[in-house]
Design a protein around this ligand. Sequence first.
Ligand SMILES: Nc1ncnc2c1ncn2[C@@H]1O[C@H](COP(=O)(O)OP(=O)(O)OP(=O)(O)O)[C@@H](O)[C@H]1O
Ligand SMILES: [Mg+2]
Length: 423
Amino acid sequence: MSGDGTDSGNPYETLDGNPYGASVEIFADESVLKEDWKPEKLPEREGELEEIRNALAPATRGVNAHNLFLYGKTGQGKTVAIDHEINLLQEYADDQDDLNLSVTKTSANNQTTSYQLCAHLIKEIRGGTKKPSGIDQQSMFDLLYDEISELEDTVIIVIDEIDTIGSNDELLYELPRARKNGHIEDQWVSVIGISNNLQFRDNLSPKVKDSLYDSEIEFAPYDATQLTSILERRADRAFVEGVLEDDVIPLCSAFAAQDEGSARQAIRLLYKSGEIALNHDDELVCESHVREARDILERKRIEEGMRSLTTQDQFALLSVVSLAIDEETPARTRQVYQKYKSIVDRLDGNQLVERRVRDHLQSLGMQGFLLATTRNTGIQGGSHYRFELKTDLEATLDILAEDNRIDSVVEDLVSVATAKNLV
Ligand SMILES: Nc1ncnc2c1ncn2[C@@H]1O[C@H](COP(=O)(O)OP(=O)(O)OP(=O)(O)O)[C@@H](O)[C@H]1O
Ligand SMILES: [Mg+2]
C-alpha cells in the first residue's frame, strides 16, 4: 500500500469520480469567450461606428448609402462593427412603412476573381446553395443585375474579406455604378468592402478606388488600454467573480497590444488562460497561466502560418533565423542575402536575385513572422530595410525542423543555438 490514497485496493475506485467533473469553478458563462459571441457595445469604436452610420444614413432617406471601404489589421472589430450598424439600420427600416431595404452580407471567402465573386453573390441573394456557372463574365454580371432588380428599392451589399479577389477587381468597379450605367433601373445599390490586407487597399486600381471609395474608414490597432476595457467587459460575464488575479487582464492586453493589437487575440489569450487554470485544478487564474497560454497560442499561430510558406519563403526565413542565432539581427537585406545564398547552396535550391529575396522577406513581415523596419541612410536620403525574427526562436526552429526539405540546416542551427543558450 503506497499510503498516498491512490491504491486503496478497490479496483473500481478510479471510476468513482467522473473525470469530466471539474473540482474548481472558473467560468460562469464560457460562451462569452467564444469567437461567435456578439458584444452589444463597442465603446472603443464609437468614432468608427459614427462614420459608418453617416455613410449608411442616406439609405434611411430613400437613396443609396455611400459606398464604404473598411480596412485595418486582423481582430480590430471591423466585422463586428458593420454587423452592429447593419442590424440597427435594418431594425430602423423594419419600423418604417415607406423604407424598403435589402441587405446582403457575405464574405468573399476565397473567391479569387470578379467572376467567382459575382456568382457567389448571386447564390447569396437567391439564398440558394448552387452557384451559377458556365456563362461568360458579362452574362454573369447581367445575371447579378437581374437578381438585384428583384430586391427592395435600397440595396446594400456587404462584402467582407474582399481582398481575396486580388487584382481581378472589375466587379468592384461595375457594381457601384450599375444604376448610373443603366444596368439597374429602380434600385439604389451601394457596396461596403472590408479588408485586413493593407496591400490590397494600396494596390486597388484607381478606377475601383474612385468607384468604391465614397468613404474609407481605418480601424487602427487597439492599444493596451482599449484591449483591457474590452477584456474587462467580457470577463465580468464569462468568469466566476474573483477568480481572475489582478494582473491577468493587463497582461493579456499587453501581450496582444505588443503584437498586432488584436481584440481576437486578446480574448483567445484570456480564454486559454482560464482553461489552463481549470485543467490544472487551480482555483485562481494567474500570470503563469497567461504566459503558458501565450506560448501555446503563439506556437499554434506559427504552425498554421508556416504550413503555407513556399520553399523560397522558408529559405528567406531560415536566413533570418540563422542571423538571429549569430546575434546579428536586425539585419539589412544585403546581409540576409549573403546568408540566403549559403543556405540555398547547401540545400541545392533555386537561387533568386536579391530583389526577389527582399520581396519574400517583406511578405514574411506581412505574415507576422518577421519584423521589418526602415532606416534612413543619411546623406544620400535613401532608406533601407532591416529584418528580425518576430516569432519565438525555439518554437520557430521546432516547426521548421518538421520539414524534411530543410531539416539538415535546421538541425545545425539548433546545435549552435543550444550551445549559445538561446533555446
Ligand atoms: N470594441 C470591441 N468590444 C468588444 N469586442 C470586440 C471589440 N472589437 C473586437 N471585438 C471582438 O474581437 C473579435 C474580433 O473582431 P472582428 O471579427 O470584428 O475583427 P475584424 O477586424 O473583422 O478581423 P479580421 O480582419 O480578422 O476579420 C470578435 O470576437 C469581436 O467580437
Ligand atoms: Mg472580419
